[in-house]
Design a protein around this ligand. Structure first.
Ligand code: PMP
Length: 458
């Protein structure tokens, strides 16, 4: 028996088309209305509190009630609520934030261009790679290699980079010039008896073969998240990025680093590139850039690319790219404050301090017979449910969704990505709050296990 929808839920379902939602199912369940938040907790319209184990969408690194971020936003609204960076104009928060990003970004970054979302950042990355290669006289070098299970956004171009079927199916995607190589998920993708080193060698060979097959002079860039997020929290094997990097260097291929989730401390370093040994030529950032109090994203690029763009725009008269809200002063002011907080409060140090507890809790959950694998890197992790001895259910997603519902019903917000249960709490979470977040895990796994048996999934 489903409960009748509340008045709010009814109004919501009649008016909002919800992203990443089964719109038909929502007609009977209604949406979970979140009304306010405090620290690492959110509260619903019935006044029930939950620990937000996903930091919203992997983004609210500083929790939901940071007074300093709120005051920074108010001050900026009073001073200059809007201006842009087009056609020779600028503003102080934009300039200062770009300077700061140059200082902290991985690699040697020379210029920063702003957008509002992660998708726009990655869309911009593709355009920059194309523009750069046109500018330096190699117009045929345009294909971008992404990976299966990657998540880079949902605009036409960034959804094409994304390597997940629901983002392509029925949207007529991907567009051409986008290729996908294998995802570096050892547990799931390795063949029987293949060691991790053999698996890695195979991935590198597959990439090399793809480049040879397509022609190295047609490949502009490789794009990767240091740790795949929405594709299922996939941590690559040891040595993966250095091995990939060597292939890219041999063929003069750009390395685009998508730090939209992993940036600003999430993996225990300022950037995932540092944790994973990547050498990016450009970097996408969003989410924790502002603690997600205001939408803002950025692309930082190396000197080579920045100079080529500058020279080309000198030749043709303008650099024809930019968004009305790219570098919105409100986002830049809050971003500056967020970066100041990460430094002053040593958020990276805090992430490192609480990571052992987080990993222990995930490993303990990983012992349950319903769990196939527990994965983790810094303060992002997951457990993947699977029948014992197998790597997936015949009907994917049902058990993972049920487990998420059982956890939410017990006050802990996790997110099911099919049968992967992701967890990526605000970076300010304490050890006690982590224990609280995981407290219902064992019971939820037991209840889900029994349900899965009764429904024939096991
Ligand atoms: N890149 C990565 C790695 C992401 O995780 C996401 C969003 N989860 C995006 C890009 C897209 O960002 P947005 O939803 O802000 O467009």
């Amino acid at each position: 028996m489903t409960k009748p929808l509340s008045n709010m839920q009814q109004r919501d379902v009649e008016a909002v088309l919800h992203p990443y939602t089964d719109a038909m199912k929502l007609r009977t369940t209604g949406a979970h209305m979140i009304t306010r938040a405090e620290g690492v907790r959110v509260f619903d319209d019935r006044g029930r509190g939950y620990i937000e184990g996903m930091a919203g969408l992997w983004c609210s690194g500083l929790g939901f009630s940071d007074r300093e971020l709120i005051e920074a936003a108010k001050e900026q609204l009073d001073k200059l609520p809007y201006y842009h960076l087009f056609g020779g104009r600028s503003h102080e928060p934009g300039m200062e934030l770009a300077e700061k990003i140059k200082e902290i970004a991985p690699g040697n970054m020379a210029r920063v261009i702003f957008q509002s979302s992660g998708s726009e950042a990655n869309d911009t990355q593709i355009k920059l790679a194309w523009y750069y290669n046109n500018a330096i006289g190699r117009p045929q070098k345009k294909k971008i290699i992404s990976r299966m299970k990657a998540y880079h956004g949902v605009t036409i171009a960034s959804a094409s980079l994304t390597g997940l079927p629901p983002n392509h199916r029925d949207f007529d995607l991907p567009i051409d010039r986008i290729l996908h190589t294998a995802s570096p998920h050892y547990w799931k993708e390795a063949s029987d008896g293949e060691s991790e080193a053999e698996f890695l060698a195979r991935l590198v060979k597959e990439l090399e073969d793809m480049i040879e097959r397509e022609g190295p002079d047609t490949i502009a860039a490789f794009i990767a998240e240091p740790v795949m997020g929405a594709g299922g929290v996939i941590v690559p094997p040891e040595g993966y990025f250095p091995a990939i990097q060597a292939v890219l260097d041999r063929h003069d291929i750009l390395m685009i680093d998508d730090e939209v989730i992993t940036g600003f401390g999430r993996t225990g370093n300022w950037f995932g590139a540092q944790t994973m040994g990547m050498q990016p030529t450009s970097v996408s950032m969003a989410k924790q850039l502002t603690g997600s109090y205001v939408p803002l994203s950025a692309v930082a690029m190396n000197r080579d690319m920045a100079e080529a763009i500058e020279e080309n725009s000198g030749r043709i008269g303008t650099f024809g790219h930019g968004f009305t809200y790219g570098g919105h002063p409100l986002g830049c002011a809050v971003g500056l404050k967020a970066l100041e907080i990460y430094e002053r409060r040593n958020i990276v140090g805090h992430v490192r301090d609480v990571t052992p507890t987080f990993h222990r809790l995930l490993r303990e959950a990983g012992q349950h017979p319903l769990v196939g694998e527990a994965r983790m890197c810094g303060l992002m992790g997951c457990i993947e449910v699977a029948p014992e001895g197998r790597k997936g259910f015949e009907k994917p997603g049902a058990v993972g969704t049920r487990l998420m519902e059982e956890l939410v019903a017990r006050g802990s917000i996790f997110r099911s990505l099919g049968d992967v249960l992701a967890v990526c709490p605000p970076m300010i979470i304490s050890e006690a709050e982590l224990e609280e977040l995981f407290a219902p895990m064992h019971e939820a796994l037991d209840v889900t296990y029994n349900w899965a048996r009764s429904e024939g999934h096991l």
